[in-house]
Design a protein around this ligand. Structure first.
Ligand SMILES: [Zn+2]
Length: 206
Protein backbone atom coordinates (compact mmCIF):
# COMPACT_ATOMS: atom_id res chain seq x y z
CA UNK A 1 0.00 0.00 0.00
CA UNK A 2 1.37 3.37 -0.92
CA UNK A 3 1.87 5.88 1.81
CA UNK A 4 -1.04 8.28 1.82
CA UNK A 5 0.67 10.96 3.89
CA UNK A 6 -2.24 10.69 6.31
CA UNK A 7 -1.04 9.72 9.73
CA UNK A 8 -3.21 7.40 11.78
CA UNK A 9 -3.99 9.07 15.11
CA UNK A 10 -3.89 5.63 16.74
CA UNK A 11 -0.39 4.46 15.85
CA UNK A 12 1.08 7.69 14.49
CA UNK A 13 2.11 6.04 11.21
CA UNK A 14 0.83 6.39 7.68
CA UNK A 15 2.04 3.27 5.90
CA UNK A 16 -1.11 1.20 6.38
CA UNK A 17 -3.67 3.97 6.12
CA UNK A 18 -6.13 3.64 3.29
CA UNK A 19 -9.12 5.71 2.23
CA UNK A 20 -12.32 4.01 3.39
CA UNK A 21 -13.84 3.72 -0.13
CA UNK A 22 -10.65 2.03 -1.34
CA UNK A 23 -10.58 -0.34 1.65
CA UNK A 24 -14.26 -1.07 1.09
CA UNK A 25 -13.75 -1.90 -2.60
CA UNK A 26 -10.57 -3.86 -1.89
CA UNK A 27 -12.68 -6.23 0.19
CA UNK A 28 -13.90 -7.76 -3.02
CA UNK A 29 -10.41 -8.18 -4.41
CA UNK A 30 -6.84 -8.88 -3.49
CA UNK A 31 -4.58 -6.02 -2.40
CA UNK A 32 -0.85 -5.68 -2.44
CA UNK A 33 0.79 -4.13 0.57
CA UNK A 34 4.29 -3.50 1.81
CA UNK A 35 4.90 -5.15 5.13
CA UNK A 36 7.81 -5.65 7.44
CA UNK A 37 8.56 -9.30 8.10
CA UNK A 38 9.99 -10.75 11.31
CA UNK A 39 13.56 -9.93 10.21
CA UNK A 40 12.63 -6.30 9.78
CA UNK A 41 12.84 -6.34 5.97
CA UNK A 42 10.16 -4.71 3.88
CA UNK A 43 8.45 -6.97 1.41
CA UNK A 44 5.49 -6.81 -0.88
CA UNK A 45 2.59 -8.97 0.16
CA UNK A 46 -0.46 -9.69 -1.93
CA UNK A 47 -3.40 -11.00 -0.04
CA UNK A 48 -7.13 -11.07 0.01
CA UNK A 49 -8.64 -8.57 2.37
CA UNK A 50 -11.45 -10.16 4.31
CA UNK A 51 -14.87 -9.27 3.03
CA UNK A 52 -15.83 -8.86 6.68
CA UNK A 53 -13.88 -5.59 6.69
CA UNK A 54 -15.57 -4.53 3.48
CA UNK A 55 -18.96 -5.28 4.99
CA UNK A 56 -18.07 -3.44 8.19
CA UNK A 57 -17.21 -0.36 6.13
CA UNK A 58 -20.43 -0.41 4.10
CA UNK A 59 -22.00 3.07 3.84
CA UNK A 60 -25.54 1.70 3.67
CA UNK A 61 -27.30 -1.13 5.51
CA UNK A 62 -27.80 -4.46 3.88
CA UNK A 63 -31.15 -4.84 2.24
CA UNK A 64 -33.25 -7.13 4.42
CA UNK A 65 -33.09 -10.61 2.95
CA UNK A 66 -34.75 -13.20 5.08
CA UNK A 67 -36.35 -16.40 3.95
CA UNK A 68 -39.39 -14.61 2.56
CA UNK A 69 -38.20 -14.70 -1.05
CA UNK A 70 -37.48 -18.43 -0.76
CA UNK A 71 -40.91 -18.97 0.74
CA UNK A 72 -42.48 -17.16 -2.23
CA UNK A 73 -40.61 -19.38 -4.69
CA UNK A 74 -41.67 -22.47 -2.76
CA UNK A 75 -45.37 -21.56 -2.57
CA UNK A 76 -45.32 -20.56 -6.25
CA UNK A 77 -43.87 -23.95 -7.10
CA UNK A 78 -46.50 -25.73 -4.99
CA UNK A 79 -49.26 -23.71 -6.66
CA UNK A 80 -48.13 -24.60 -10.18
CA UNK A 81 -47.43 -28.27 -9.53
CA UNK A 82 -50.66 -28.94 -7.61
CA UNK A 83 -52.64 -27.07 -10.27
CA UNK A 84 -51.05 -29.11 -13.08
CA UNK A 85 -51.58 -32.42 -11.28
CA UNK A 86 -55.18 -31.48 -10.54
CA UNK A 87 -55.92 -30.48 -14.14
CA UNK A 88 -54.02 -33.32 -15.83
CA UNK A 89 -55.44 -35.99 -13.54
CA UNK A 90 -58.93 -34.58 -14.05
CA UNK A 91 -58.43 -34.52 -17.81
CA UNK A 92 -57.15 -38.08 -17.82
CA UNK A 93 -60.38 -39.16 -16.22
CA UNK A 94 -62.45 -37.34 -18.80
CA UNK A 95 -60.57 -39.00 -21.65
CA UNK A 96 -61.21 -42.53 -20.49
CA UNK A 97 -63.78 -43.87 -22.99
CA UNK A 98 -67.25 -44.56 -21.76
CA UNK A 99 -68.00 -48.13 -21.02
CA UNK A 100 -64.84 -49.08 -19.18
CA UNK A 101 -66.45 -48.15 -15.92
CA UNK A 102 -68.33 -50.62 -13.93
CA UNK A 103 -71.17 -48.75 -12.39
CA UNK A 104 -71.52 -44.98 -12.60
CA UNK A 105 -68.83 -43.23 -14.64
CA UNK A 106 -67.39 -40.34 -12.65
CA UNK A 107 -68.27 -36.88 -13.90
CA UNK A 108 -65.41 -34.41 -13.85
CA UNK A 109 -62.23 -34.71 -11.86
CA UNK A 110 -61.87 -37.36 -9.22
CA UNK A 111 -63.24 -35.88 -5.98
CA UNK A 112 -60.22 -37.37 -4.20
CA UNK A 113 -58.11 -34.91 -6.15
CA UNK A 114 -60.27 -31.91 -5.36
CA UNK A 115 -58.01 -31.02 -2.42
CA UNK A 116 -55.29 -30.28 -4.98
CA UNK A 117 -57.40 -27.42 -6.28
CA UNK A 118 -57.60 -26.01 -2.78
CA UNK A 119 -53.87 -26.48 -2.23
CA UNK A 120 -53.15 -24.74 -5.51
CA UNK A 121 -55.45 -21.82 -4.70
CA UNK A 122 -54.07 -21.34 -1.20
CA UNK A 123 -50.48 -21.57 -2.43
CA UNK A 124 -51.26 -18.97 -5.09
CA UNK A 125 -52.70 -16.60 -2.46
CA UNK A 126 -49.62 -17.11 -0.28
CA UNK A 127 -47.35 -16.37 -3.25
CA UNK A 128 -49.19 -13.15 -4.09
CA UNK A 129 -49.02 -12.10 -0.44
CA UNK A 130 -45.25 -12.69 -0.38
CA UNK A 131 -44.79 -10.68 -3.59
CA UNK A 132 -46.79 -7.75 -2.17
CA UNK A 133 -44.79 -7.79 1.07
CA UNK A 134 -41.48 -7.93 -0.83
CA UNK A 135 -42.44 -4.99 -3.06
CA UNK A 136 -43.53 -2.92 -0.05
CA UNK A 137 -40.35 -3.81 1.80
CA UNK A 138 -38.17 -2.80 -1.14
CA UNK A 139 -39.98 0.54 -1.31
CA UNK A 140 -39.49 1.09 2.42
CA UNK A 141 -35.79 0.32 2.10
CA UNK A 142 -35.39 2.77 -0.78
CA UNK A 143 -37.18 5.45 1.30
CA UNK A 144 -35.07 4.67 4.33
CA UNK A 145 -31.77 4.97 2.47
CA UNK A 146 -32.61 8.01 0.35
CA UNK A 147 -30.10 9.99 2.45
CA UNK A 148 -27.29 7.69 1.39
CA UNK A 149 -25.53 10.40 -0.64
CA UNK A 150 -25.08 12.48 2.52
CA UNK A 151 -23.80 9.39 4.30
CA UNK A 152 -21.38 8.59 1.49
CA UNK A 153 -20.02 12.13 1.59
CA UNK A 154 -18.91 11.63 5.19
CA UNK A 155 -17.91 8.03 4.51
CA UNK A 156 -15.54 9.10 1.73
CA UNK A 157 -13.61 11.22 4.24
CA UNK A 158 -12.83 8.25 6.43
CA UNK A 159 -9.37 6.72 6.55
CA UNK A 160 -8.88 3.17 7.66
CA UNK A 161 -5.68 2.05 9.39
CA UNK A 162 -4.98 -1.62 8.70
CA UNK A 163 -2.64 -1.75 11.69
CA UNK A 164 -5.07 -0.43 14.28
CA UNK A 165 -8.33 -1.56 12.66
CA UNK A 166 -9.77 1.89 13.26
CA UNK A 167 -11.11 4.69 11.09
CA UNK A 168 -10.47 8.39 11.51
CA UNK A 169 -12.19 11.28 9.78
CA UNK A 170 -10.24 14.10 8.22
CA UNK A 171 -11.31 17.60 7.28
CA UNK A 172 -14.84 17.09 8.53
CA UNK A 173 -16.34 20.07 10.38
CA UNK A 174 -17.47 19.31 13.95
CA UNK A 175 -15.67 15.97 13.94
CA UNK A 176 -12.36 15.39 15.63
CA UNK A 177 -9.81 13.06 14.08
CA UNK A 178 -9.65 10.53 16.89
CA UNK A 179 -9.58 6.86 15.92
CA UNK A 180 -13.05 5.34 15.72
CA UNK A 181 -13.93 1.70 15.98
CA UNK A 182 -15.67 0.29 12.92
CA UNK A 183 -18.97 0.38 14.80
CA UNK A 184 -18.49 4.02 15.85
CA UNK A 185 -17.66 4.94 12.28
CA UNK A 186 -20.74 3.12 11.03
CA UNK A 187 -22.94 4.94 13.55
CA UNK A 188 -21.65 8.34 12.42
CA UNK A 189 -22.01 7.58 8.72
CA UNK A 190 -25.42 5.95 8.97
CA UNK A 191 -26.73 8.71 11.24
CA UNK A 192 -25.67 11.22 8.60
CA UNK A 193 -27.74 9.24 6.09
CA UNK A 194 -30.77 9.23 8.37
CA UNK A 195 -30.73 5.52 9.16
CA UNK A 196 -28.54 5.56 12.26
CA UNK A 197 -30.92 3.39 14.27
CA UNK A 198 -30.09 0.49 11.96
CA UNK A 199 -26.44 0.65 13.03
CA UNK A 200 -27.44 -0.75 16.41
CA UNK A 201 -29.14 -3.72 14.78
CA UNK A 202 -26.59 -4.37 12.01
CA UNK A 203 -23.37 -4.09 13.95
CA UNK A 204 -20.01 -3.68 12.23
CA UNK A 205 -17.86 -6.71 12.93
CA UNK A 206 -14.82 -6.25 10.77
ZN1 LIG B 1 -2.98 3.01 13.06
Amino acid sequence: MNSTGHTCPGCGRDDLVQAVPAAYLAGRDSVTSRERNSDGDMRTVTRRVSTALSEALAPVPKEPTDGLGCLGVFTGFVAVVSFLVWVLAGKAFEEVPDGVYFGEPPSGPDPDLAFLGWVSGLALCATLLVVVVLIRRRGEFARLTRGRLRAEELWARGWYCHRCGTVHLRDVPHEDARPLSLQEFRERVWERGGYGDLAARQRATG
